[in-house]
Design a protein around this ligand. Structure first.
Ligand SMILES: [Cu+2]
Length: 268
């Protein structure tokens, strides 16, 4: 992956994992920011509990070992302590549950959508349809290593067709699959949802920044699981309108809004 990040032009607007990455990709949706916030809160709580329990164990080991405490206490019950060690964990769980449910509802309840995209997982590529626009649909296949290098794109992430959506608009994503269970995931959006055959799942995002965002199938769907990249291109409304016109025209050799050559954007 070392050469990958260097090879990609316009890195600032693209999200890709990089060497020694420690944290999430930069968030571009409210949902992902909340996911990060919740993650950090949990980390603090987990760290505090771990430190407290470690300190108690060390204290007990030092203070009450056989040498330091040759005559052990015969106490077996202490009501106050029992109430405390039941109540405090319950309170901690409630404290965790409240933001957790808030986040779940934020992800689950889809605001009135401006754009709807349908993503269909296939072995081993994604098909996309724009139900608002009759007949607009295409397949997105991963670029081979040679193609990716020739086009200066990240191998294993680049696809021959991008999902193009307008910036700052609510995009509803309908997700299903044609064969086995896949999952449609774009980390920068905080979106990850199973694509299940015979079932229509839905999720949403509202990307606040133009750019190219990469994701991958996140279900172990089979031997080419690693070769189902997802590329979402967030563009201005004008560019989106232009892309729609172009894509609806049924041009077999297409250009994405960013001007990238997309040879295989075959419009059905
Ligand atoms: Cu898959």
């Amino acid at each position: 992956m070392g050469s990958l990040s260097g090879a990609v032009a316009d890195e600032a607007t693209r999200t890709l994992p990089h060497n020694w990455q420690m944290y999430y990709q930069p968030a571009v949706t409210e949902v992902m920011r909340d996911v990060e916030k919740f993650h950090t809160e949990l980390l603090v709580i987990i760290a505090a509990i771990t430190l407290l329990v470690s300190a108690l164990i060390i204290y007990v080991a030092v203070r009450f070992n056989r040498k330091a405490n040759p005559v052990p206490s015969k106490t077996t019950h202490n009501t106050t302590i029992e109430v405390i060690w039941t109540l405090i964990p319950v309170l901690i769980l409630v404290f965790i549950a409240i933001p957790s449910f808030k986040l779940l509802y934020l992800q689950d309840r889809i605001p009135t959508a401006d754009v709807t995209v349908k993503a269909i997982g296939n072995q081993w590529y994604w098909s996309y349809e724009y139900p608002d626009h009759e007949g607009l649909g295409f397949d997105a296949n991963m670029l081979s290593k040679a193609e990716a290098m020739a086009q200066n794109k990240p191998y294993l992430f680049a696809a021959d067709a991008h999902v193009v959506v307008p910036v700052n608009k609510i995009v509803r994503v309908l997700v299903t699959a044609s064969d086995v269970v896949h999952a449609w995931a774009v980390p920068a959006f905080g979106v990850k949802i199973d694509a299940v055959p015979g079932r229509l799942n839905e999720t949403w995002f509202r990307a606040e920044k133009e750019g190219i965002y990469y994701g991958q199938c996140s279900e172990l769907c089979g031997n080419n699981h690693a070769f189902m990249p997802i590329v979402v291109e967030v563009v201005s409304e004008a560019k989106y309108a232009a892309w729609l016109e172009h894509a609806k025209g049924g041009v077999a050799s297409n250009q994405t809004a960013a001007g990238d050559e997309v040879a295989a954007l075959a419009v059905r």
